[in-house]
Design a protein. Structure first.
Length: 388
């Protein structure tokens, strides 16, 4: 189905992204990132030079000023994922632009914006967001990383886990306890910087998918963080800030799911039209034709839903509950399409040389992170039933 959310600026930008991919996101580079477990900084800087990273940084700080318009980011995801070798770098871009930059751009003090955003626009300063702990994921109010107020700042102790870009990040927006109990005002966000004494973010975790994008454990041992690094300059606002960025976080995962589903359909169409069995193309079996028809229709519905959600986000009308629906519904459809795509590839669908196999492994986490799909359903159920 024809989509109509993009105009000529987006299509011109798409060409820039394609050129960037041709030059920098090659199968060789992708294999290097997989082996290293991270995307190299030079490529991130090159992406910033092409205007592909730093999209959400306000223009006055050197970015593209697209914080409230997800369409350009969606174009980046579509093209990187379609390339079949761009998932790691798509992840690195997403964490930076969708998860880290917004906390500074929306809630940072003027000094904080001046200090970090220009570097985030040029990818000299890469960001990550650390909420999850070994003992608390879905139940964020159960976090135990504490930031104790001392003269001139905070002393942080605790640990975070599963942090995307956690090793490569220069600054980590970190959810900490600054008060007693678990009321929303007991939490704050601190910017913890690479090199701060007592901050260790060197331990990478080995995952079933996304081998080229680092996911790390972080530990904080008596880390002194100056008052200037408290986001917004007022303690007790961390929980509210997290809640305010949730629509974008969930929309972004849904949009990636749309791009993956689209790519999975295209790879499967290609494969089944060339692979032959019993004297005919796989694509000519009635079963394949029906499955492809279902996949194509689902992809259309996903984009219709996602495009509307992007529209609402642009108008600042996408609620956390609507975004929760988008996140769980799109990632569930993505999973079904990938599974069907793998099946139609036969044995080759299980071989990681094929993009469908890698996408299948990468996508498993989409139903887990950004809030699990069970938690998303809980949020939606609460909003539709009015019952806790
Ligand atoms: C690759 C990867 C990257 C990640 N990146 C980041 C990151 O950058 N920053 C960050 O902070 N975190 C990140 N995470 C963490 C992720 O957001 C959490 O793993 C997720 O929120 C779930 O938390 P948990 O793992 O503690 O699971 P748990 O909360 O222990 O959940 C276990 C199971 O219980 C279910 N469950 C929990 N509560 C309920 C409920 N109320 N009702 C029904 N079922 C429930 C869950 O759905 C799940 O099935 C990442 C995780 C992974 C795997």
């Amino acid at each position: 189905m024809q989509r109509d959310i993009y105009d000529e600026d987006h299509e011109a930008f798409r060409e820039v992204v394609k050129e960037f991919i041709k030059r920098y996101v090659t199968p060789e580079r992708s294999r290097e990132w997989d082996a290293a477990g991270e995307v190299d900084r030079d490529t991130m800087r090159a992406a910033a030079e092409h205007g592909i990273v730093g999209l959400s940084v306000p223009e006055e700080f050197g970015g593209a000023g697209m914080l409230m318009d997800y369409r350009f980011r969606c174009v980046v995801n579509e093209e990187l994922i379609r390339s079949g070798v761009g998932s790691a770098i798509a992840g690195a871009f997403g964490i930076h632009d969708d998860l880290a930059v917004p906390y500074l751009a929306h809630f940072g003090t003027d000094d904080q914006k001046r200090k970090w955003l220009p570097g985030m626009a040029s990818a000299e300063v890469l960001g990550a967001l650390a909420m999850t702990e070994p003992g608390a994921g879905s139940d964020l109010r159960g976090v135990t990383t504490t930031a104790k107020k001392v003269d001139g700042g905070y002393v942080v102790n605790g640990a975070k886990t599963f942090i995307s870009s956690g090793k490569t990040a220069d600054i980590v927006v970190t959810f900490v306890k600054t008060g007693e109990g678990n009321r929303p005002d007991a939490f704050s966000l601190l910017v913890i910087e690479d090199g701060m004494e007592g901050f260790d973010h060197s331990k990478k975790l080995h995952k079933m998918g996304f081998p080229g994008h680092d996911t790390a454990e972080l530990t904080f041992t008596d880390v002194f963080v100056p008052d200037e690094n408290l986001i917004g300059g007022v303690p007790g606002r961390g929980f509210v800030h997290l809640m305010m960025n949730l629509p974008l976080e969930r929309l972004s995962i849904g949009a990636v799911a749309g791009a993956v589903a689209q790519a999975a359909l295209e790879w499967t169409l290609d494969y089944t039209s060339t692979r032959r069995a019993f004297g005919q193309a796989i694509a000519d079996f009635q079963n394949t034709r029906f499955r492809l028809a279902e996949m194509a229709t689902t992809v259309d519905v996903m984009w219709a839903y996602l495009d509307r959600a992007m529209d609402l986000y642009r108008q600042r009308k996408l609620s956390a509950e609507e975004a929760a629906k988008v996140k769980f519904w799109c990632t569930e459809r993505e999973w079904e399409i990938l599974d069907q795509g793998v099946q139609l590839h036969g044995g080759y669908g299980y071989i990681t040389e094929y993009p469908i196999a890698r996408a299948f492994l990468d996508a498993r986490v989409h139903r887990i992170y950004g809030g699990t799909n069970e938690v998303m359903r809980e949020i939606v159920a609460r909003s539709v039933t009015g019952r806790k």
